[in-house]
Each structure stands twice: as C-alpha cells, then as structure tokens.
Design a protein. Structure first.
Length: 163
C-alpha cells in the first residue's frame, strides 16, 4: 500500500509543506514500538533530518510515550490504535494516537509518579512537546496529541506563492 492509500488523501502540491500520514496499528506492545519507528521514519523522510538528530530523538520519545500509554491504558483487547502524523507549516510535527478508552483520560503530568516504575511518561511529553492535550471524540474513542518542534523554518503563506 502506498502512503496515499493509507491516508485517503492525495499528495499535496510540491510547493507546500502539508504532509499527513494516518494508519491503524495493533493495540499491543509491538504496535506501540512500530508507532515509534514509523513516526521517526516518516519524520526523517519529510524533513531530511538524520535519525540521530535532536528533533528526531524528541519525536521518537513523544511518539513512544503516546503510543505506549494508548496500548497500556486505552486499548481494549482486539482493538487497534490509530497513529496520525502531520508536518505543520509552523515547523512542528503533530502526533496523534487514538484509542478506544475515552473514560481513561491522561492524568495531568506531575513530578510525583504513582509508583517507582511508571508515571513519568507525560512529564517527558510535556518536556519535549511544545503543546499537548487530549480530545474525546465520542463515547468510543479519545485522542492524545502532541506537537514537537522540528527545528525547520516555518513556511509562511507568502513564501508558498513565491515558489
């Protein structure tokens, strides 16, 4: 399958920076790991930045936390999670993970984790993302999202018309 088939979208004109990807992954640890790998792969393809750049590492960390939280706290057996990525004109990568447990909202990030082995993920998201939050769409799904600065120069409308 091509990216266009996965996203139900036609590719943007070559002079714009609007890039999108959306796909469903299994609600398992393997699906969460795949979400991280696919996010970094797509990010480096869209931006041309290397895998070991600071923005790519930040994107990997945020995608891993959002996906693992969706699998751990928001996934019902046999249900997928949805990963959506958008490269925004303002120089951010928008990462969304949608799961099937809208009643399990992310707790506010605090420095006091519940136990010694978990509870710090949203602190990391808060530290590496410029903005993050959640949206409950209906009685069946919720989306947790974050926007990570890519380090690229924002594209302005005026610049698009000059190309």
């Amino acid at each position: 399958m091509t990216q266009d088939q996965l996203t139900d979208a036609t590719p943007p004109p070559p002079h714009t920076s609007a890039r999108r990807l959306a796909l469903c992954l299994s609600g398992t640890k393997r699906g969460a790991r795949l979400a991280r790998h696919l996010t970094v792969q797509q990010f480096t393809e869209w931006t041309g930045l290397p895998y070991d750049s600071d923005p790519a590492r930040a994107v990997a960390l945020v995608a891993a936390e959002l996906a693992s939280n969706a699998v751990r706290h928001g996934s019902l057996p046999g249900r997928d999670v949805r990963l959506a990525l958008r490269l925004l004109p303002d120089g951010h990568l928008h990462i969304e993970v949608t799961d099937t447990r809208p009643e399990h909202l992310p707790a506010p990030a605090t420095s006091e984790p519940g136990d010694g082995t978990s509870g710090r993920g949203l602190l990391l998201v808060q530290a590496y993302a410029d903005r993050w939050g959640h949206t409950v769409h209906d009685a069946y799904t919720k989306t947790v999202w974050a926007e990570v600065r890519t380090g690229l120069t924002p594209v302005r409308e005026r610049d698009i018309h000059l190309l």
